[in-house]
Design a protein around this ligand. Structure first.
Ligand SMILES: *[C@@H]1O[C@H](CO)[C@@H](O)[C@H](O)[C@H]1NC(C)=O
Ligand SMILES: *[C@@H]1O[C@H](CO)[C@@H](O)[C@H](O)[C@H]1NC(C)=O
Ligand SMILES: *[C@@H]1O[C@H](CO)[C@@H](O)[C@H](O)[C@H]1NC(C)=O
Ligand SMILES: *[C@@H]1O[C@H](CO)[C@@H](O)[C@H](O)[C@H]1NC(C)=O
Ligand SMILES: CC(=O)N[C@H]1CO[C@H](CO)[C@@H](O)[C@@H]1O
Length: 889
């Protein structure tokens, strides 16, 4: 298949014309203070075009046989996908990617483009700004070498090159990128998460900008905030900083101007300073301003996201020399390590429990801002407040989206490979990447400097983790910290995402699993705070930087897009088989053994693919709900659960586990389990103690609440009713009583908790409970899971009598309203709905008010679907004891 595609692409290339200097796009108009990305690239292998970069970077080179992309930034694979050489739907199907011959990426490739610039004149400078090129690059413009691959190295290595002498009105630029090997290069990798792209992410994956300035140029802006607490009650102080550099050949006097505007755009102040710099000299220019009655930026769960704007310009004799602008928010973030060595964050002085998930980039590092914005909406819909980027710092737009949305960002370096090949890192001994040399300490440091500059002004930043699985050694730590401080970094710097020693900076975070299936009571079985650390690795205490029960099974509409019929059979007929769409082949997460053993034992051997998927969604829902409920409920425990990062939010490609929604944005069991368990106002059941936890993650005033409890037999008979009342407290979780009536469960019963404010239902939560719980062998806990020695028995669910559920649909402004009505005397268990289009494809993204719901006998329930646009054609309805069907819209 791949050969055919290559041939097809060669044909395509012929249509395009050679670079014609007269048709060069104007990159910048006349005038300083502008910056533009090289808008698109032609790419080709040096095996085809040779390595005479001087010659290739002259204008008029015939590029007819190159690959023509429309992208300003793309890895080699990303570019070739964009150019139509490959299709991800084909690469990602079944095991196709396994057969991809990556040897074409073992030689350097070149990126090339032509562009025009305004004519040269005195006191005018052009700067080339890189933002990281993988793995390293040589850059030539018009036959002149601008950068070499010794210096321009690392995926995050951003540099500024003065190209004034090399630039002309008509220009050709060539970037030669070198092959990437994760053992040798500080690149963007995936560890055991998923197969690597065949090019290992090599290429110009971030923009290369050309910037025009006068003699005095400006570096990136940073904004430092001094916010006295309580937030908003006193004046705040804002300090805007930028580096000024004299690029001329003589001394220059200039004026630095700064303006700050409030979130409505109204100017707060104009400040200026007259300054002088010698030729070649640079200094940091700083403006300080008091902001009275500051409008405070809050994480979405607590308030609004007002954004101020800072604009700075430099003028020489009233002529503009350079200019930059940034938005910023007024907020403060701190962290402290408590008496149990756990990290606890505050935002604007309020203790902030991190309820988040770990992000994965696209397998080919393609950035799609709309897709990311959809992901963020899903996150908020699920009740999450934080995203962890483990070495996936993506593009600057990510932080802008985070600022506007009120998402907190926990950025940091990635695990393993070259990034953590310090002398003491014995885990790497079996496959040792060479330890860092002087050059690599340098690359790491300027990578940090560059990322810190990009992230600094953004109020969405919660922290930067300078290590993941390991803490960096002392020399690397020092480099990172100096780079962060120079950028004006104010939010906490955390040493690593795990407890490992040695650590120059303590992490206060744990990374001891689980990553594979554990039963729901895992998260609630916390007998004695003192001994927790020994065996209860992942349980609900402290800060879990990456943990989950290994769930996230896509539904059929998605599976059919990337699995063959025999792959689909494997899911339920070969429960122990290693699967390509799980983690990598050398990982313990390559198969679904642990997961499937539990599914088969607890719910009964699947009788079909559909039956398997129904049970999988049930397992996934149960797993994520228990995890989030465990952590949310222990927010105020003796040893508090200070944060949770579910492993993971999403997949780089269509994966079979470790996600809360699939690559196609279909939300299934793991999503709605999370959405229930992470509700801001919630009543949760503790599987072990049978307590009801009242969870309140909001900040306003409290009041009277009630929790109505009902236990129901599978035959539809009410077995027990009870009401608990309590006063709620802001930003607190506590127990308010025990569920009675569960002592003699025969088979399986359903438990419903309704959290109410008067008559209004704030949270509705249904559990299925067997006669006994799963039994864990805590002593055998490993870094990746705790074995279950005896499974709970939920097989009675298969004997549920069929329920008849009527569905009616109305179209609303933003989507659809569905009404489900259970017309039977038995409960309608685990009923899910899904919109599809006229072709029968899933209709995504769709935000459902709720899904995978259980209706009591004769209960009526409204479900609201918010869609982005367009029309769905049908809704699919199915349930554990509800026959699958479709309703036309
Ligand atoms: C590579 O570039 C850096 C920075 O421009 C320079 O200091 C160094 O001498 C160059 N190395 C070689 C081998 O040209
Ligand atoms: C990608 O990196 C791996 C090591 O992590 C290496 O074995 C492989 O050869 C690299 N691929 C290419 C195309 O360089
Ligand atoms: C906290 O960590 C230190 C080592 O850094 C250790 O000596 C101490 O026992 C830990 N405290 C707790 C409560 O685990
Ligand atoms: C949570 O607390 C806030 C303020 O205390 C209140 O407005 C909200 O209704 C409470 N929610 C619940 C479920 O108690
Ligand atoms: C308990 C419950 O939900 N009862 C409902 C049964 O269904 C009818 C309509 O089918 C409703 O009117 C009841 O409120």
């Amino acid at each position: 298949m791949i050969t055919t595609l290559l041939l097809a692409a060669a044909g395509l290339a012929q249509v395009a014309t050679a670079g014609d200097a007269d048709q060069q796009p104007h990159l910048l108009t006349n005038g300083p203070g502008q910056s533009a990305a090289i808008p698109r690239w032609d790419i080709q292998s040096t095996a085809k075009v040779g390595t005479d970069l001087g010659k290739l970077s002259t204008t008029g080179v015939d590029t007819a046989n190159w690959h023509h992309t429309t992208q300003s930034r793309c890895t080699l694979m990303g570019c070739l996908l964009d150019a139509g050489v490959y299709k991800d739907s084909e690469l990602w199907f079944s095991e196709n990617l396994k057969g991809f011959d990556g040897s074409l990426f073992q030689v350097p490739w070149v990126y090339r483009n032509e562009f025009s610039l305004p004519p040269a004149k005195d006191g005018q400078h052009f700067l080339l700004e890189t933002n990281g090129i993988t793995s390293e690059a040589d850059i030539f413009i018009n036959g002149n070498q601008i950068a070499n691959s010794t210096f321009q190295a690392g995926s995050y290595g951003g540099h500024v090159y003065d190209i004034t002498c090399a630039a002309d009105e008509k220009n050709a630029i060539v970037v030669q990128v070198h092959p990437t090997n994760y053992a040798y290069d500080l690149a963007v990798g995936f560890g055991d998460w998923n197969p690597y792209a065949p090019d290992n992410g090599t290429g110009v994956w971030r923009d290369i900008n050309v910037r025009q300035t006068g003699d005095i140029s400006m570096g990136p802006l940073s904004v430092l905030i001094d916010l006295p607490l309580p937030a908003g009650e006193k004046d705040a102080t804002v300090t805007v900083r930028a580096e000024a550099k004299n690029r001329g050949r003589s001394d220059v006097s200039f004026r630095a101007n700064a303006a700050i505007a409030d979130p409505s755009g109204k100017a707060i102040c104009h400040l200026w300073q007259d300054l002088k710099l010698k030729a070649g000299e640079s200094r940091v220019v700083e403006f300080k301003q008091t902001v009275t009655q500051p409008q405070i930026w809050w994480p979405r769960q607590w308030g609004g996201q007002p954004l101020y704007t800072a604009t700075v310009d430099f003028t020489i004799n009233e002529q503009l020399s350079d200019k930059r602008e940034t938005t910023f928010g007024i907020r403060s973030v701190t962290s402290a390590i408590n008496q149990y060595n756990d990290t606890m964050f505050t935002v604007n002085g309020k203790p902030f429990q991190v309820i988040g998930a770990g992000y994965n980039a696209d397998q080919f590092l393609r950035w799609d801002g709309r897709y990311f914005a959809d992901i963020v909406e899903y996150m908020f819909d699920m009740g999450l407040n934080t995203i962890r980027l483990e070495g996936k710092m993506e593009q600057p737009e990510l932080y802008e989206i985070g600022d506007r949305a009120g998402l907190m960002v926990m950025a940091g370096w990635e695990c393993c490979d070259k990034w953590e090949s310090f002398e003491y890192n014995h885990d790497l001994a079996l496959n040792p990447p060479p330890v860092w040399d002087d050059r690599e300490y340098g690359i790491a440091r300027y990578s940090m400097a560059h990322e810190a500059q990009v992230m600094q002004p953004h109020p969405s930043m919660l922290t930067f983790l300078i290590g993941s699985d390991y803490s960096p050694d002392e020399r690397a730590t020092r480099g990172y910290i100096e780079a962060l401080q120079q950028a004006g970094w104010q939010v906490p710097i955390i040493g690593a995402a795990s407890f490992r020693e040695p650590a120059v900076i303590k992490s206060g975070m744990k990374m001891q699993g689980p990553y594979d299936w554990v039963p729901p009571n895992y998260w609630h079985d916390l007998p004695d705070t003192a001994s927790l650390q020994d065996t209860r690795f992942g349980s609900s205490f402290g800060f879990g930087s990456e943990l989950g029960a290994g769930v996230g099974t896509p539904e059929l509409g998605s599976l059919r897009k990337f699995l063959s019929d025999s792959d689909l059979d494997d899911l339920w007929k070969n429960p122990d088989k290693g699967l390509y769409h799980m983690s990598n082949a050398d990982s313990q997460f390559h198969d679904r053994k642990v997961y499937n053993a539990a599914l088969f034992a607890r719910y009964g051997k699947p009788s079909s693919l559909e039956d398997y998927l129904m049970k999988a969604q049930l397992s996934d829902y149960e797993a994520t709900r228990a995890q989030y409920e465990g952590f949310a409920s222990r927010w105020n425990a003796e040893r508090p659960a200070t944060g949770i990062i579910y492993w993971m939010l999403n997949n780089a490609w269509p994966g079979l586990h470790w996600n809360q929604f699939d690559k196609y944005l279909r939300a299934a069991g793991s999503y709605f389990g999370t959405k229930t368990g992470a509700r801001p106002e919630h009543a949760a059941y503790d599987y072990v103690s049978r307590d009801v936890w009242l969870i309140n993650r909001s900040l306003d005033r409290g009041g009277k609440r009630s929790v109505e409890i009902e236990v129901l037999g599978l035959d539809g008979k009410v077995l027990h009713q009870q009401t608990l009342s309590a006063d709620t407290e802001a930003n607190k979780a506590r127990t308010i009583g025990k569920v009675e009536g569960l002592d003699e469960v025969d088979g399986v019963v359903l438990l419903r908790l309704l959290l109410k404010d008067g008559d209004a239902v704030l949270s509705r939560n249904v559990y299925w409970l067997g006669a006994s719980l799963d039994e864990l062998d805590w002593e055998a806990s490993d870094w990746w899971y705790t074995p279950t020695t005896k499974y709970a028995d939920y097989t009675a669910l298969s004997s549920l009598k069929p329920a008849d559920v009527a569905t009616t649909v109305t179209r609303g402004k933003d989507g659809y309203q569905l009404t489900l009505e259970n017309r039977s005397d038995v409960p309608a268990f685990f009923v899910s709905v899904n919109l599809i289009d006229a072709q029968g494809h899933d209709f995504n993204p769709t935000v459902w008010s709720d899904n995978y719901v259980t209706l009591w006998p004769h209960e009526k329930m409204d479900l609201i679907a918010r869609v982005r646009g367009g029309n769905a054609a049908k809704v699919q309805v199915k349930g554990y004891n509800v026959e699958a069907g479709e309703v036309a819209l």
